[in-house]
Design a protein around this ligand. Structure first.
Ligand SMILES: Cc1ncc(COP(=O)(O)O)c(C=O)c1O
Length: 350
């Protein structure tokens, strides 16, 4: 992928900076830092999965726990960047289609920024996701359908009311916030990137953002080794359009609901970029069934004491399949991304 050249920025300037994603402020889209809308997002821990690792014979199995972000998911990063920029641009109202987590995050960040927010969400989303939006004072519109139907309604609301449409990759700022996961992975792993990153993919902004950060780190002079991790897309076999798109077939169609609601994106707007990341990184795309997603989330939570969302569980299920097929070896340094915590999904998990 090609990105604009960045001016060199010595990474030792990062020490003593704020312990949020805004420590990378020069690489984020806000011009005046007074407009930053932050609830403490980012710098989530990266640590080895000792119990699961030794039980299954992995030498270097790691996790980044994004469930510890405000509102319980990595969505806080993209929304912090986008709401900050919206505030800077004088936006009065925002609208978002969501599978759940992004809606909760936008509700919280818009509230603190004094911006009106409208969230459009599938009606089958667990109630905790719906209540979270109401709790922060958003208008919530429930739709019978998946996130693509919500996207059409959000676009219509934006058109009719002039609200800023925060739909994935239809504005440029959420990606910038999410790329901070890539900077953090490098900084927290002492600038030695893992061999493999396993990412639960819906709309793909997280995956694309991490890859963007790696390219930027080369421009910035933060890393010299361009042997970047293989990026693994994991989806639910109930909704695996990216697995089909990357593998060039329709093995999983038609695409429906998933208990890992963040993965239920029947057509990703950024599908070409997602495919490019997988291909450039020599990664892979894999679908795992619903039962193994839920069982894997429970197993990881119970072995490690971490609150793992179904999406996070999908990464563990996907990794085991890829080890069985020989695509990943147990000696490699593997990083799972737990994109959210389990609390809002408890009705799906127990
Ligand atoms: C917990 C969780 N994981 C993963 C995803 C998918 O994220 P992305 O759009 O970056 O592929 C979502 C999106 O809703 C999510 O909420």
């Amino acid at each position: 992928m090609e990105y604009h050249q960045l001016s060199p920025f010595p990474k030792d300037r990062l020490s003593n900076r704020v312990n949020t994603m805004w420590r990378y402020q020069e690489m984020l889209p806000v011009q005046n830092l007074q407009n930053v809308v932050s609830l403490g997002e980012g710098m989530t821990p990266v640590f080895p999965l000792k119990n699961i690792g030794s039980k299954y014979g992995f030498d270097q199995l790691w996790i980044k726990d994004e469930g510890l972000n405000p509102t319980g998911s990595f969505k806080a990063r993209g929304i912090s960047a986008a709401v900050s920029r919206a505030k800077e641009l004088g936006v009065q109202a925002c609208v978002i289609p969501t599978a759940g987590n992004a809606g909760g995050a936008m509700s919280a960040y818009c509230t603190t920024a004094g911006i009106k927010s409208t969230v459009v969400m599938p009606s089958h989303t667990p109630k905790a996701f719906q209540d979270e939006c109401r709790f922060y004072g958003s208008e919530l519109i429930l739709v019978d359908g998946l996130i693509d139907s919500c996207g059409e309604i959000a676009a219509q609301i934006a058109e009719e009311t002039g609200a800023f449409n925060m739909s994935t990759l239809k504005e440029p700022y959420r990606l910038e916030g999410k790329k901070t996961m890539g900077f953090e992975i490098a900084e927290q792993m002492n600038w030695e990137l893992p061999d493999v990153i396993v990412y639960p993919t819906g709309g793909g902004t997280g995956l694309i953002g991490i890859w963007k950060a790696f390219a930027e780190m080369v421009d910035l002079g933060w890393v010299t080794d361009t042997h970047f991790p293989r990026m693994i897309v994991v989806q639910s076999s109930n909704c695996a359009p990216m697995v089909d798109f990357i593998n060039g077939n329709k093995a999983y169609a038609p695409y429906g609901e998933s208990k890992a609601n963040g993965l239920a994106v029947p057509k990703a707007f950024g599908q070409d970029l997602i495919k490019q990341v997988v291909q450039e990184s020599k990664g892979a795309a894999i679908a795992v069934d619903e039962e193994s997603i839920l069982q894997s989330a429970l197993e990881l939570s119970r072995e490690e004491g971490i609150s793992i969302s179904p999406e996070g569980g999908a990464t563990w299920a996907g990794l085991q399949d890829l080890v069985r097929s020989g695509t990943i070896s147990k000696n490699e340094k593997v990083l799972l991304i737990n994109t959210g915590n389990a609390s809002k999904y408890i009705e799906n998990l127990l």
